[in-house]
Design a protein around this ligand. Sequence first.
Ligand SMILES: [Zn+2]
Length: 190
Amino acid sequence: MEIRSLEVSHNQFMKKMKAEDPDFFKKLGEGQQPSFFVLSCCDSRTCPSTITGMPLGEMFTHRNIANQVTEEDDSFRASLHYALDVLGVNYIIILGHTNCGGILAASSGVQHESLDGWLKHVKATLDEYDKSNEAPTPAELEEHNVRQQIINVKNHPVYQRKGEGVPVIGLLFHLDSGELEWIDPDDNNL
Ligand SMILES: [Zn+2]
């Protein structure tokens, strides 16, 4: 895709939104009251608002490779704090996906000076996987990753202080079917 396509596509987007509501951008500029804080992978195929069909303003989003929660990550800490303490979101969503390059790189032992510092977090997550299953499939690891990040969010000091009553829900986006698999270890009956 050429860079010019970006401008063309954006113009179409602007025109469409104004046709639906002439005040759309005026309202957008007035503030945000998102219901969801989303942690997702950086993967270009898993844009949270796009795949869920949610409007702008509903999903306060933090992204990193393989959607990891680690207490060492100051950027995530700030996002989580802002989402809970300032915006007052109703739900936290961990959005993983199938065919995740970050999970694959960590599980296959990829090494690179620019990646090692981050992949160590992903490896630590995969190390938590039940060792009795000797050859987990990539999909099993991806689901495990989502479950582990739910636990990590709940143990995060910011969630411990500010997250009372805010459900943490896992979603696994299946790239090859478009389906969202719900992973809700607390059985919130949502
Ligand atoms: Zn990914």
